[in-house]
Design a protein around this ligand. Sequence first.
Ligand code: F0G
Length: 493
Amino acid sequence: MAINSTGLQPGQGANEGNNNIQGQLSSEVRDALSLISLRCVECLRLYPALEAGRTPRYRCDCGSVLDVEIAFQLPSRRAQQSGDAFFRLATEQEHMPAAGAVWRQIFDDRASTPPIWSISTDKLLFDYSGVWRYRDLILPAPERYIVSRPEGNTGLYPVGIENCGAGRAGHRQLGIYAGLERFFLKHEGENPTGSFKDRGMTVGVTMAQMLGAKAVACASTGNTSASLASYAAQAGIESIVFLPAGNVAGGKLAQSLAYGARAVQIAGDFDAAMSLVEQVCNEQGIYLLNSLNPFRIEGQKAIGFEILQQLDWQAPDWLVLPAGNLGNISAIGKAFREAYQLSLIGHVPRIAAIQAGGANPFYRSFMQDFAAYRPVQADTIATAIKIGNPVSYPRARRVIKACDGVVEEVSDEEILAAKAMIDRAGLGCEPASAATLAGVRKLVAAGIIKRDELVVGVLTGNLLKDSKTGIPQAVTGEAIEPTLDAVRSVLLQ
Ligand code: F0G
């Protein structure tokens, strides 16, 4: 297996790594990364984005995970002296109303760029992308390194009893099922590879380009690997994916292989694959692109920014999403916090994370007020979130505490029932995504989410990802004779 393609010798660990990729960095990359720091989520220790003489850092020396901190600067101000505190992100929860209007105008202008290829290709890609449109708040990457499809711009569907148009009785069934008057579903399955992972991956693979990585890797329940393989192929970088054997839906495995990833099937669960890939990447100098990598989280923040923009910068009361490795809740929570600090919005939405009952370590910890955390042996029909030891637990715990959020669990039966509703409404999603609707229904029934609150639920993956679980397999009946009589008799049955 050609995993040593960065030139590192086996045995060179994270701290002794000597692949010297920083030595090859251009001055524009160095300048861009000089705006960025990495802060430990637990002990708050601060690291520079670049550390001489070592492989990229994914963890604090204390072992916990890291968050990206960017000195946000308005595009026109970037050339100016960086001491312009007014437009920088405040570290406390402080509100800067004037800055909010300026930022909204920038993002609205970019969103109105018409997708016509006769204008500058790069400008179109970056303004039209639902990730790079917010680049000042995500990664100030030099344009020539950006790897984008473009991604994002996914549908935000009004499905509530009140906000669903009269001509869409099918969609309104979802509002009735949830018990909500004003309810939207954000379909992230409409991204280029069919899941929200593309938003993190465009940023992750762009970072790989900036760092000059020759190979990238991840462990995955399927969607991350499909996305990694696609973006790495676009960039011409080798990709290696560690998969829990027998636990990846067919469509996702097919994508990863078709896009040219080297698939390493692990006879173990996702958690085992995750632990292995982290060690291998540190040892071999391969760039790790799980959400442990804080730049993946930065890209996924764009789900939050795009929802806010689609709601004309009105923050919803609740954001509900399925939770597995806890990267996405960390990302959207960070986006909402930063949007509030920049006065893009007037309040921070509450977040509800929904776990499968058989893969619920976050839920269990929440029920004890986060006093303890214990990994579980995961078991659920929703393979995408079949994760027992989520890497981003400290990030996600902080998000739930800060936004007065909740964590709920739903059974596989509740997931499949909600999936049937979403499918029959014509939207469709993969099983893990349906945890969102199952969770909303449960939280409304319990009175935690109020019937008249504005709620956005995230559908994370496309129906076609998993063509087996929870959808009808057989076309009804035998093939019939190609005659009108035969058709009539079938329809009249
Ligand atoms: N929904 C889908 C469809 C997913 O693929 C995942 C995660 C999640 C929800 C949960 O998001 O991990 O950020 O809490 N899939 C990862 C993967 C683990 O490898 O594709 P999370």
